[in-house]
Design a protein around this ligand. Structure first.
Ligand code: CA
Length: 223
């Protein structure tokens, strides 16, 4: 899952990027509203954390422009405590949730997990597909109850496929959601990681759809 953080406070920006990276997300960041708007307009993020008080372009304007242009990714806004009018303006502009500053990082992470699973139609933080279970709170992966150790990229790949199970995902889409903007992207590496996941999870969990991409499907869903 690839996220965008738009926050002008350099310390807070750094802390958010570090905590989200540690939680297994790929993170791009911007320090003003204009750069943030541009990134959110041109890159396919799974969710955005958007501060409202930003230089160059304020957060509400950034969000309104995205929504007007049909950008539907979930957006979590950061508001100043006790500024109820900010929250109202943020929700009216198209925000999905908010956290008031100062906040505990754990709350931001929990709200993000909720936004990501709702955006992909899941009600629980445990994702299941056949014998494979992914607990998105602890990043724990099991196959038939047995714990499996994955590298961070293998986990990201599996988590993305699990969130979108049943749908065919192209290699290009995977590359766009698994790497940050500075990464030298090569969609051939995806094949290598799919191979490693198959070895760890079982051969049949990830299906190759020739010429289109990959699909994760529980055996009973497979057609
Ligand atoms: Ca600010």
């Amino acid at each position: 899952m690839r996220l965008l953080v738009v926050e002008d406070d350099p310390d807070l920006n750094r802390q958010l990027v570090a905590a989200l990276g540690e939680a297994g997300y790929v993170v791009d960041s911007a320090k003003d509203g204009e750069e943030g708007h541009f990134l959110g307009d041109t890159e396919p993020y799974d969710a955005v954390i958007l501060d409202l008080g930003l230089p160059e372009m304020d957060g509400v304007t950034v969000l309104e422009k995205w929504r007007r242009d049909g950008r539907t990714m979930p957006v979590l806004i950061l508001t100043a405590r006790d500024r109820w009018s900010d929250k109202v303006a943020g929700f009216d502009a198209g925000a999905d949730d908010y956290v008031a500053k100062p906040f505990y990082m754990e709350e931001v992470l929990a709200r993000l997990r909720a936004l990501l699973r709702r955006a992909t139609g899941h009600a629980s933080s445990e994702l299941e597909c056949g014998p494979v279970r992914v607990d998105t709170r602890s990043s724990r992966v099991t196959v038939n109850g047995r714990a499996i150790k994955l590298t961070s990229l293998e986990y990201r790949l599996l988590a993305y496929l699990m969130h979108h199970q049943g749908r065919v995902i192209s290699r290009t889409e995977l590359v766009e959601h698994l790497y940050d903007q500075d990464f030298d992207r090569d969609s051939n590496t995806i094949e290598v990681f799919v191979g490693r996941l198959r070895r760890k999870l079982g051969k049949d969990v990830i299906e190759t759809v020739r010429g289109l991409g990959y699909r994760l499907a529980a055996p009973e869903d497979a057609v």
